[in-house]
Design a protein around this ligand. Structure first.
Ligand code: ATP
Ligand code: MG
Length: 558
C-alpha cells in the first residue's frame, strides 16, 4: 500500500490526443462534461469527470460543464446545483460560465431549418406506435413514412407552426431524413424535435418543441469548439448520427466522439433512475445517504476527493468491461486517509473496566501524537481513570488459541498507557457480563514489563473523560454483486437489511470540537468522518464509518 500518487498512466484517448497534437490537427484540447440535471451524480460520473477535467488539466486545455437540459420534465435547479457542487468538490473547475444546451435552442432550431431546406429533415405525422412499426427491427429494414416526401415548403411551414404551438403534444415530430434501411437503427430517420408543453428550468414556456439528445449533443459540442467528445460505449452506435448531423449543417467545427466503457461497481448500482427509486421509496435517507454510490453519499461517508481521483486513475480508461470491486474504491480511499487522518481512540461496543489499583495523581496520563509519521499533527494527553471503557470483543472468558487480547488472568497493553491485567469478571444474576475488575502494573508506562512479554495492545477510553458519540456503521447496500443484472427481478429484493447499524459509543475528548466532515482514524476500528448533517462541533457527535482499516469485503477480518 502506498499513498504516493501513481504516475499518469496512458490510455487510448491520451494516445489519440497525443497524435492530434503532434500532427497539428489541434493546438490545444477542449473537453466537456455533459450531465443531464435529472439526478445526483454517482461514482460512474466521477470517472467521467476525472477523465474529462483531468485531460484538460494535464494537457493545459479546457473543460466545459454543459448541462444537457433537453428533457424538461425530469430536470431541476436542485440537481443542477448539486452537480456543480460535486464537480468543484472533486477538485475541478470548468472553463468560463456553466453552459446549457438550452442556450443553443435558437441555433439548434435554425440548423433544423437548414436541414429541412436541404431536404434532409421532414415533419412526420405518424403516431408513436406507427413510427415504432415503421422503424423495423435489427433483422428487418424499416420502411419509409408516407410523410417522408413532403415538400421543403410544406415542411418549413409545419415546423414553423410546431414551434408556434399549433399542434398537440406528440402529434408530430421533425425527423432527420437519412435511411430507413440502414443496418444502424439510429440512422433510420431519427426524430430530432418533438412537441412537449412542459415548463423548462431555464427557458420557461418559451418553447413547446424540444430538440432530441443526439441532435443537440453534437451541435452543442461543435458550437463550443470541443475537440474530443468523450462518452460511454452505449453511444458508439450513435456516432454515425453525430457525424451525419455535423456533416450536413453549416458549422466550422467537427468534434470527434470517442467512447470508453462505463464504470460499474459491484454490490451497488450506477443508474440515476434506480438511485432515484431508492430515494423516492425511502430505502435510503436521501441522495446523500452514506450508503449511496452518489458523490454526495461518498462525501458524507468521508471519502476524499483525492481518494476518488486516485481510484479513477487506478481503474483507467479503456473500451473493455469496467466492473470493479468495491474493494478497489475502498483501498484508494484508505490509502489517502492513511497519511491524512489524525488517529484517536473510540469504543463502539463498550465494556466497563474498573482499574482497582488506580491512584489519582500517580498513575497518570501520557501524551500521544495524532499520527506516527506526522509530528506536525500535534499531540494530546490520553487520560487514564479509575473506570475505563474497552471494546467488548477485546475480552473473552474462553479465548481461542493465540488470543492476544484480554482474558481472566491475562495481560494486555492499554494503548499509550500501562499494562493491564484482568483479575475478575463481574456478572449479573442472569450470568451476563457487566464489568471487569483489572489492575495495572504501575511500572509499565512507556516501558516493557519486567520478566515477561505482553503482546496484545487494545484501545480504551477513560469513562470520566470520554464523550458519547453516535457511530454509524455501513455495510454494502446490496447482498449480491450485480443487483440489477436480472431485468425480470426487482433489485429492491437484494437490498441488504443490515447495511446500516447505529452504535452509541464513546470517543476521546479531543474530538469535541471536530468540525462536520472532520476525518479520523479510530485506532483498530477504521476511518471515520463527522457527519455533515447531524454532527455539531462540541454538541451532538455523530461519526460515519468511512472504511475499515483492512479490506473487509473478501472476508470478515478483525
Ligand atoms: P444514468 O444512465 O445513470 O442516468 P447518464 O449517462 O444518463 O446516467 P448523464 O447525466 O447523461 O447520465 O451523464 C453525464 C456523463 O457521465 C456522460 O458523458 C456519461 O457518459 C457519463 N457517465 C454516466 N454514467 C457513467 C458510468 N457509469 N461510467 C462512466 N461514465 C458515465
Ligand atoms: Mg445520459
Amino acid at each position: 500500500m502506498s499513498s504516493t500518487p501513481l504516475p499518469v498512466t496512458s490510455n487510448f484517448i491520451r494516445s489519440i490526443i497525443d497524435a492530434d497534437l503532434a500532427g497539428g490537427k489541434h493546438r490545444g484540447i477542449v473537453t466537456r462534461f455533459p450531465p443531464e440535471p435529472n439526478g445526483y451524480l454517482h461514482v460512474g460520473h466521477a470517472k467521467s469527470i476525472c477523465l474529462n477535467f483531468g485531460l484538460a488539466k494535464d494537457y493545459h486545455g479546457k473543460c466545459n460543464l454543459r448541462f444537457d437540459d433537453t428533457n424538461p420534465e425530469k430536470e431541476s435547479e436542485e440537481y443542477a446545483q448539486s452537480i456543480q457542487d460535486d464537480v468543484r468538490w472533486l477538485g475541478f473547475q470548468w472553463d468560463g460560465e456553466v453552459r446549457w444546451a438550452s442556450d443553443y435552442f435558437e441555433q439548434l432550431y435554425q440548423f433544423a431549418v437548414e436541414l429541412i431546406q436541404k431536404g434532409l429533415a421532414y415533419v412526420d405525422d405518424l403516431t408513436p406506435e406507427q413510427m415504432r412499426e415503421y422503424r423495423g427491427t435489427l433483422t428487418h429494414a424499416g420502411k419509409n413514412s408516407p410523410y417522408r416526401e413532403r415538400s421543403v415548403a410544406e415542411n418549413l411551414d409545419l415546423f414553423t407552426r410546431m414551434r408556434a404551438g399549433e399542434f398537440a403534444d406528440g402529434s408530430r415530430v421533425l425527423r432527420a431524413r437519412i435511411d430507413m434501411t440502414s443496418g444502424n437503427i439510429n440512422m433510420r430517420d431519427p426524430a430530432i424535435y418533438r412537441i412537449r408543453r412542459v415548463h423548462h428550468i431555464r427557458t420557461g414556456d418559451a418553447w413547446c418543441i424540444y430538440p432530441m439528445y443526439d441532435y443537440t449533443h453534437c451541435i452543442s459540442d461543435a458550437l463550443e469548439g470541443i475537440t474530443h467528445s468523450l462518452c460511454t460505449l452505449e453511444f458508439e452506435d450513435h456516432r454515425p448520427l453525430y457525424d451525419w448531423v455535423l456533416d450536413n449543417i453549416t458549422i466550422p467545427c467537427h468534434p470527434r466522439q470517442y467512447e470508453f466503457s462505463r464504470l460499474e461497481l459491484h454490490y451497488t448500482i450506477t443508474s440515476k433512475r434506480k438511485l432515484l427509486q431508492l430515494v423516492n421509496e425511502k430505502r435510503v435517507s436521501g441522495w446523500d445517504d452514506p450508503r449511496m454510490p452518489t458523490i454526495q453519499g461518498m462525501r458524507r461517508r468521508g471519502y476524499t476527493p483525492e481518494g476518488i481521483r486516485e481510484f479513477a486513475k487506478r481503474i483507467g480508461v479503456s473500451k473493455s468491461e469496467n466492473t470493479v470491486d468495491m474493494a478497489e474504491l475502498e483501498s484508494a480511499i484508505r490509502d489517502d486517509l492513511e497519511s491524512k487522518a489524525p488517529r484517536v481512540m473510540a469504543v463502539i461496543n463498550p465494556l466497563k473496566v474498573v482499574v482497582t489499583n488506580f491512584v489519582e495523581g500517580q498513575t497518570e496520563s501520557r501524551e500521544a501524537g495524532f499520527h506516527p509519521q506526522h509530528a506536525e499533527f500535534g499531540a494530546r494527553l490520553v487520560q487514564l481513570g479509575k473506570e475505563i471503557w474497552i471494546e467488548a470483543d477485546d475480552f473473552s472468558e474462553n479465548p481461542p488459541d493465540g488470543w492476544q487480547r484480554l482474558t481472566i488472568g491475562g495481560e494486555v497493553r492499554l494503548r499509550y498507557s500501562f499494562v493491564l491485567r484482568c483479575d475478575e469478571a463481574i456478572k449479573d444474576a442472569a450470568g451476563k457480563l457487566i464489568e471487569l475488575r483489572c489492575s495495572i502494573d504501575p511500572d509499565t508506562l512507556g516501558k516493557n514489563p519486567a520478566g515477561r512479554k505482553v503482546k496484545g495492545v487494545i484501545h480504551w477510553l477513560s469513562c470520566t473523560h470520554a464523550l458519547q458519540a453516535e457511530i454509524r456503521i455501513y455495510d454494502r447496500l446490496f447482498t449480491v454483486p450485480e443487483p440489477d443484472a436480472d431485468k425480470e427481478f426487482d433489485f429492491f429484493n437484494y437490498l441488504n437489511p443490515y447495511s446500516l447499524s447505529v452504535a452509541q459509543g464513546w470517543v476521546e475528548a479531543c474530538v469535541r470540537d471536530a468540525a462536520p466532515e472532520a476525518r479520523y482514524q479510530f485506532e483498530r476500528l477504521g476511518y471515520f468522518c463527522a457527519d455533515r448533517r447531524d454532527h455539531q462541533a462540541g454538541g451532538k457527535l455523530v461519526f460515519n464509518r468511512t472504511v475499515t482499516l483492512k479490506d473487509s469485503w473478501a472476508k470478515e477480518q478483525n
